[in-house]
Design a protein around this ligand. Structure first.
Ligand SMILES: [Zn+2]
Length: 427
């Protein structure tokens, strides 16, 4: 059965009637410099936007704006592509406000959705115009509805690629069964599955409900001592990934043990999340198999602050040191590294912390910027639409104070945000 009406609306996010979605006029943006998503920043360049897309970019004196074009001058600023965070949870908020268990068990889904709308707005205002949102953590398919509301202009927010419920091995994920009465039946943080049939069914159900990506947990803290152990076996992992790929969806795996990472790579996974316990050999294998890495460096810092008395800027906790070590191994092995922060664990609107971490741990500012723009767009299979200021790309453009290619903290000083040719933050 073909259901056209809803599909057409979803495909035309800029023309549906609402305050956020007026058809944008041609706009000429000038700033001190433009960084297009690769290479050096260009002083004196400008960007011409038309019909929601980049029409031209180049030296300001060589760009001819059509008659009637709007002109926006942003002195002292650098224009960069809209930033991308490939690992977010818009339906979570920091655990020092409410523990993860209490968010899943005590916050009604309706309440979480309203909070998520605020998170989406804060994200967009901070210059992040695209998120890959990796799991609703007990909020069912709420991410699909939030994405629709953003696309149709009901609420402001970034472009979303959603994973819906995510898939976990039975009994492996939170809320931990052993923490509660065994005869209580409560919501799960993700969809449980056991065996080839059930993992394939879970993939198909989630794809059918609107998942853009499939996420599974390759390991979790299931050891008798609470240590992380692989959860699904290789047959389940292979079947899950094959079922997802057959539908045209890529697969992200939460994995922090070397064994679960290795199993995922050999089974054809597309991205590895966290990877804290990865060995040199496994990162080399990732590079060979072109599996991208999202290192989520800010999450252990946030957890350290909440629960281990870590003071920001102080000596790293063991978890932070492990994350830094994995990041160094991945860089040495030549693994593709994208910006994925696990925001939601920490406050929405501060994903830029991840770029600062990547630079602190050895990337140049330009490498970190690429990880959050052109490299991230390639991981999403959208290299011509997202992450670059080039003709034909969607006009997601951000202006930051100063030059982020020499000082990465400039991305925390956002002074203008355009999404799809529409100005969503003017200063
Ligand atoms: Zn996560």
């Amino acid at each position: 059965m073909i259901r056209a009406a809803r599909g057409i609306l979803a495909a035309l996010p800029f023309v549906c009637g609402s305050a956020f979605a007026a058809e944008p006029a041609a706009t000429l943006l000038t700033a001190d410099r433009v960084w297009t998503g690769d290479g050096q920043a260009h002083a004196g360049w400008a960007v011409l936007v038309d019909q929601g897309r980049i029409a031209a970019v180049g030296p300001a004196d060589k760009l001819t704006a059509p008659a009637g074009a709007k002109r926006i001058e942003l002195p002292g600023k650098t224009l960069i592509p809209g930033l991308i965070d490939l690992h977010s949870h818009v339906l979570l908020h920091p655990y020092n406000e409410t523990t993860w268990d209490d968010q899943v068990l005590k916050e009604p889904v309706e309440y979480r959705v309203l909070e998520a709308a605020r998170h989406a707005r804060d994200t967009l205002q901070s210059g992040f115009t695209t998120l890959r949102d990796l799991g609703t953590e007990g909020a069912n398919y709420a991410d699909v509805a939030i994405k629709r509301a953003i696309d149709e202009g009901v609420i402001p927010g970034p472009r979303l690629f959603v994973a819906t419920k995510a898939i976990v091995a039975t009994g492996s994920y939170g809320p931990s069964a052993k923490s509660y009465r065994y005869d209580l039946d409560f919501p799960r943080g993700a969809q449980e599955a056991t065996g080839v049939d059930e993992v394939v069914r879970a993939v198909r159900e989630q794809a059918g409900h609107g998942a853009d990506w499939i996420k599974y947990y390759g390991d979790y803290r299931t050891g008798p001592d609470g240590s992380a152990r692989p959860t699904f076996n290789i047959d389940e992992v292979k079947a899950l990934i094959q079922a997802a790929h057959q539908t045209g969806r890529k697969v992200a795996v939460h994995a922090s043990t070397d064994e679960a990472m290795r199993m995922a790579v050999l089974a054809g996974v597309d991205t590895i999340e966290h990877g804290y316990g990865g060995s040199e050999a496994t990162f080399k294998l990732m590079a060979e198999h072109k599996v991208a890495f999202l290192p989520t460096l800010t999450a252990p810092e946030a957890i350290g602050e909440y629960f281990q008395k870590h003071v920001r800027g102080g000596a790293p906790t063991p978890a932070m040191a492990q994350a830094a070590h994995a990041f160094a191994l991945a860089r040495k092995a030549g693994v593709t590294i994208g910006c994925g922060s696990d925001v939601g664990v920490f406050a929405h609107g501060s994903s830029a912390r991840e770029l600062a971490w990547m630079v602190k741990l050895g990337m140049t500012p330009t490498e970190a910027l690429r990880a959050a723009t052109s490299v991230a767009a390639a991981i999403l299979d959208k290299p011509n639409e997202l992450g670059s200021i080039k003709p034909g790309a969607l006009a997601d453009v951000v202006a930051v104070d100063g030059d982020p290619t020499s000082d990465i903290r400039a991305v925390e000083r956002v002074g203008f945000v355009m999404k799809g040719g529409v100005v969503v933050r003017a200063q």
